[in-house]
Each structure stands twice: as C-alpha cells, then as structure tokens.
Design a protein around this ligand. Structure first.
Ligand SMILES: Cc1cc2nc3c(=O)[nH]c(=O)nc-3n(C[C@H](O)[C@H](O)[C@H](O)COP(=O)(O)OP(=O)(O)OC[C@H]3O[C@@H](n4cnc5c(N)ncnc54)[C@H](O)[C@@H]3O)c2cc1C
Ligand code: FES
Length: 363
C-alpha cells in the first residue's frame, strides 16, 4: 500500500477540537482559530474580530496558542489565569482542545460581497443618519439573520462595520443607523456627501448577535445610542414570532434627541403586552420626565438578580465594558450574555494597538 509523504506544511497544520460539540477542524499555518472555524462551517461567536470586545472568548483545555496579530486586550489577568483564549486572534502552535460556545443558527449562512444602491437617506438625529440600501442590478438579497452586521468595503481596502437594523426582507432592503463620529472618515462622508443613488460595496452577513430561540427565559435588551439598530431587528423578530417571553427593552443615550426612534419602541410597549420599554438619558435634563442615569445602572436597579434571564446588549464600547462584570455579579451566566460592541474599525484599532509594546504584526 502506498502512503502519501508527510510534508512540512502538513506538520504545521494544527487540529482544533471543540467541547462539548466534538466538532474539529484544521487550522492552516498563520490562520486564527476563528478563520479556520468559519472555513470549516463551524460558527463560533464573535463581534469585533480585533481582540478587544471579548465576545469570542473560549477556554483552552489542552495545547498552546500564540497572538501574532493583535494582543488579547479583552483578557484580564483573571481570565488568563483561567486559560481563556480569544479565538479571533489565537493562532495554535500545537493541536488544541477548546471549550467553546457555538451558534448553530448562523452555520449555514455564507457571507458574500455585493453592490448595493442607496435607496434612501434621512436624518434620524443631529448626528445619526438612516440609510436604506437595495441590492444593485438584480443582485440576490443577502441571506442573513436579524441582528447581524455588514462591512462597507472602502476603496483603500479598509472596512467599516454597521449593524443591520431590520430583519431579512423579500426585496433585500437593508436599513442602517450610522452615527457621525467627529473626525471619522467614512461616517463624515456618509453625513456630508453620500447621496441617494450612490453605490457601495458591502460584505455580509457578519457576527453572531442573533436571536436565541432555544430558551423560554425572560429577555432583557439593552441598547446604547445606535446600538438600537440590531436590537430593533431582534426585538421585531421576537414580536413577529409572537413570543410570550417577557421582553424588557432599555435604550440609553445622552439626551432625548439621541433616542432617535423612541416612538417605535413606545408603540411596541402599547401593542405587545409582554414588552416594556425604558428610555434612559445620561445628560441632566431638568425639564424632562425621562429616567436619568446610565442605562446599565437602570437595568441593575430594576433587576438586581439576573440569574433567570437571557441578555442582549449592543452599543458603544464604554457601555459594554462597564456592564459585563456588573451583570455577571448580578447572577447572569456568561453564556447567556449576547452582545455586539461598536468598536473602532480594525485598522484604527491596529494603529492604536501598534503604539503599545509587543505587537509584531497587525491586521
Ligand atoms: C460589529 C460592529 C457593528 C457596528 N454597528 C454600528 C452601527 O450600527 N451604527 C453605528 O453608528 N456604528 C456602528 N459601529 C461602529 C462603526 O463601525 C464606527 O463608528 C466606524 O467604523 C467609524 O468609522 P469612521 O471611518 O467614520 O471613523 P474612523 O476614521 O475610523 O475614526 C476616526 C477617529 O474616530 C474615533 N472613532 C472611530 N470609531 C469610533 C467609535 N466606534 N466610537 C468612538 N470613536 C471612534 C477614533 O478616535 C478614530 O481615530 C459598529 C462597529 C462594530 C464593530
Ligand atoms: S475579541 Fe474576538 S471578536 Fe472581539
């Protein structure tokens, strides 16, 4: 019997096995665990893909890995002591056994690039633009789940991520809520120059911030600013399903104008008996009746025990960073916190991280 020669490349290929599913896949030299998993059709949770948000955290049970790209900024000393790894950055140096959550609902959804046309552009708030994008020239609609995001592909090879604010539509319509970041290249261009009829190249769907339907637990949704976009898509999905699970929706912003679509969740709260809406503003507004403070503090005030809930949150990194541990301390199991953190784009993060010690390459 002839046996194939073992090549140097084959020796460099590492195998990752996941617990509890038993799924296993091969990782090519220089590839991250997340990239290899996606190539193999295994859906591990992720959001920023830059080592910053922590949503791709898994536990290393056997083996070793390296971080040749961005450092694992999201892992604190305690997480490292408990053998946590970030699969979006980890490159195996041996075969690995990992304990990792998976998101089977996104497994069969292939991502792709497509041209879209700006079908509508409107101002939602002084610094938030609404966009409706339609597939261009007979492109088939993007297959996707509520809550996922897309990347806008820029001419210089950079990408900018935006959550899709509506569920999948038969005509392929995609709604975005874009905050104008002061000094931000792309969002300034959207704010000042993008016109109806312009074309954009996008890639999607991305991310694993999607409805989890395999649960009967009450749900809390917490949005900060334009973090309302994916929460809107997920809540609309559960309303369409006719769920009887309790839905508590908290939307925090600096002021009332930034709660740019508050009439919509107010109408849900009127029409859907199991949904309550809580608007929270952080700037002091003596004349306003709105609840004042930080949105995660409002959640914890109303729900000091989170052990029975499923929790969805989305918004600025400061809000996500301030909330995590507080929610776990209130009894929320880690595997029931689903989130998207609206981090800087990977190239901006890479520049920031490259300024710190220990970075050999950035991506
Ligand atoms: C998964 C995901 C989903 C997202 N969804 C949305 C969404 O639905 N709506 C939305 O408005 N945004 C969303 N964002 C954030 C959005 O991608 C950034 O705001 C955008 O990349 C900024 O691009 P820019 O070219 O305008 O700014 P850049 O030119 O990249 O940045 C210029 C400067 O602005 C600052 N900056 C950049 N990004 C941010 C930021 N996010 N927050 C604060 N300061 C920043 C930095 O100091 C940077 O140096 C999402 C991000 C992620 C990762
Ligand atoms: S840290 Fe890995 S996806 Fe954000």
């Amino acid at each position: 019997m002839l046996s194939a020669p073992i090549t140097a490349t084959m020796c460099l290929v590492k195998t990752v096995t996941l617990k509890p599913s038993g799924h296993h896949f091969e990782v090519a030299p220089g590839e991250t665990v997340l990239e290899a998993a996606q190539r193999a059709g295994v859906a591990l949770p992720y959001s920023c893909r830059a080592g910053v948000c922590g949503s791709c955290k898994a536990t290393l049970l056997q083996g070793r890995c390296d971080y040749p790209f961005n450092p694992p900024v999201a892992l604190d000393a305690n997480a490292l002591a408990h053998h946590a790894v970030l699969v979006c950055q980890a490159v195996p140096t041996t075969d690995l056994l990992l304990e990792a959550r998976e998101v089977p609902s996104v497994e069969d959804i292939a991502r792709r690039q497509l041209d879209v046309r700006v079908d509508d552009k409107w101002r939602l708030a002084p610094d938030v633009i609404g966009l409706r994008l339609m597939p261009h020239d007979g492109e088939p609609p993007l297959k996707r789940l509520p809550g996922q995001y897309l990347d806008v592909l820029l001419d210089d090879g950079k990408r900018r991520s935006f959550s899709i604010a509506n569920g999948p539509q038969p005509d392929g319509a995609i709604e975005l809520h874009v905050r104008h970041i002061t000094g931000g290249g792309f969002t300034s261009w959207v704010n000042d120059r993008l016109r109806i009829g312009d074309r954009l190249r996008v890639e999607g769907p991305l991310g694993t911030f999607v409805p989890r339907e395999d649960s009967e637990r009450p749900m809390i949704f917490m949005a900060g600013g334009t973090g309302f976009a994916p929460i809107k898509a997920i809540v609309e999905h559960f309303i369409e399903l006719g769920t009887r699970r309790s839905m508590q929706l908290y939307w925090g912003a600096r002021n009332e104008a930034e709660l740019y679509m508050h009439a919509l969740p107010e109408s849900w709260a009127r029409d859907v008996p199991n949904l309550q809406f809580h608007a929270v503003v952080s700037d002091a507004q003596p004349a306003s009746n709105l609840r004042h403070g930080l949105v995660h503090e409002a959640v914890l005030h109303d729900h000091p025990d989170l052990s029975a809930h499923d929790f969805y949150m989305s918004g600025p990194p400061a809000m996500i960073g301030a909330s995590h541990q507080r929610f776990f301390d209130a009894g929320l199991p880690e595997d029931r916190l689903y989130y998207d953190s609206f981090e800087y784009a990977p190239d901006v993060l890479a520049q920031i991280l490259a300024g710190r010690a220990g970075i050999r390459h950035v991506r």
